[in-house]
Design a protein around this ligand. Structure first.
Ligand code: OFO
Length: 169
């Protein structure tokens, strides 16, 4: 049985997952406007992944018989300075999410809620992969700098990403 406190905390996190999806939709819109169609598609997949993260938490709360509330999702910006800027902001956001998930894990551990702790470990592990992937893309963009052909090549590579539901892997 999940405590009222953890229910409340998970609903906050659920909202953050959907807010993340929204942030990535904004990033996709920016990339598309700038002609980076591969990056736009990459961020759309990132959007789908975050929705999947949110749905996994939603399902868990339902399974635990939690009283679900769905607060407003904050608006997001769609303006960035460059392709490098948008990926840097994406990494900073993922690092923020990791911090939140680690804090939540601490709470679950303190409450000796093994089921919730176990759920959260799935997210924590997922974050390692997400941060590494974005970090690698940032390194590639930094390598090419302002070189148009380099950016074009990176954008083409980003276009090859396909959506695989991370909760089903
Ligand atoms: Fe990548 O943020 Fe969800 O968990």
């Amino acid at each position: 049985m999940i405590s009222k406190n953890l229910q409340k905390e998970l609903i906050v996190q659920l909202n953050k997952e959907f807010h993340s999806a929204y942030i990535y939709l904004g990033m996709s819109a920016y990339c598309s406007k700038e002609g980076f169609n591969g990056a736009a598609s990459w961020f759309l997949i990132q959007y789908q992944e975050e929705v999947a993260h949110g749905m996994k938490m939603f399902k868990y709360l339902e399974d635990q018989g939690a009283e679900i509330t769905l607060p407003d999702i904050k608006s997001v910006k769609v303006e960035y300075k460059s392709l490098l800027d948008v990926f840097r902001k994406s990494l900073a956001h993922e690092q923020f999410m990791t911090k939140n998930l680690n804090n939540l894990s601490d709470i679950a551990m303190k409450e000796k809620d093994h089921a919730t702790y176990n759920l959260l470990q799935w997210y924590v592990t997922e974050q390692v992969e997400e941060e590494a992937t974005v970090g690698e893309i940032i390194d590639h963009i930094k390598l090419v700098g302002d070189n148009g052909y380099g950016l074009y090549t990176i954008d083409k590579e980003l276009a090859s990403r396909n959506f695989v539901d991370p909760t089903q892997e």
